[in-house]
Write a protein that binds this ligand. Structure first.
Ligand SMILES: NC(=O)c1ccc[n+]([C@@H]2O[C@H](COP(=O)([O-])OP(=O)(O)OC[C@H]3O[C@@H](n4cnc5c(N)ncnc54)[C@H](OP(=O)(O)O)[C@@H]3O)[C@@H](O)[C@H]2O)c1
Length: 161
């Protein structure tokens, strides 16, 4: 199994505020959808309840400590380890946030799809530090801001060294 994480992250590592994203970047949203659409995805309960939530066509797994919590189109589990146990050995599983789940995922992930948004911004939720001793960039593509996308950003793929 390959365990990946996907996130859009500002230069100061912010990913969200008030359970929402902090930018409008339709090109990144499209990249996100194309990347996760046919994959099993795992997320925290708060991200699952965010208005920016996007469903995979394959499988959507949610992590919560709440007992008897249910949400349409989600399989509900009590932790990241439990969520990963539900998945197949031969698939790529993508952790889609948010801050609490990325923190746990950083310990087990093999690959990171990071959109680095080239701005410093305020927010209440962060992505963990990406240690260059542990992660190497294997792909990088920069896009400039335009009438649709309010900031410039880079699509980066990291693999664990
Ligand atoms: N920029 C991006 O790419 C991106 C992507 C995703 C999300 N986000 C942003 O991230 C923010 C949400 O992140 P967040 O950190 O607040 O919440 P989160 O990680 O989405 O979800 C947190 C919830 O997960 C459950 N949880 C966490 N640790 C657990 C554990 N060890 N065992 C069982 N359940 C556990 C708890 O649910 P219960 O409270 O139900 O027990 C907890 O409240 C939003 O602003 C969202 O927009 C940004």
């Amino acid at each position: 199994m390959v365990i990946s994480m996907i996130a859009a992250v500002s230069e100061n590592n912010i990913i969200g505020q008030d359970n929402k994203l902090v930018w409008n970047l339709p090109t990144d949203t499209q990249y996100y959808k194309d990347t996760v659409r046919n994959k099993t995805i795992i997320m925290g309960r708060k991200t699952a309840e965010s208005p920016d939530m996007f469903f995979s066509k394959k499988r959507n797994i949610l992590i919560t400590r709440k007992e008897n919590y249910q949400k349409e189109n989600f399989e509900v589990t009590s932790g990241l380890e439990e969520a990963l146990k539900l998945t197949d050995d031969n698939e790529e599983v993508i952790i889609t946030g948010g801050g609490q789940i990325y923190k746990m995922g950083m310990e087990v992930a093999d690959r990171l799809y990071i959109t680095r948004v080239h701005t410093e911004i305020e927010g209440d939720t962060s992505f963990p530090m990406i240690d260059p001793k542990i992660w190497k960039v294997t792909s990088e593509r920069k896009l400039e801001a335009n009438e649709k996308n309010e900031y410039s950003f880079s699509f980066l793929i990291y693999e664990r060294i």
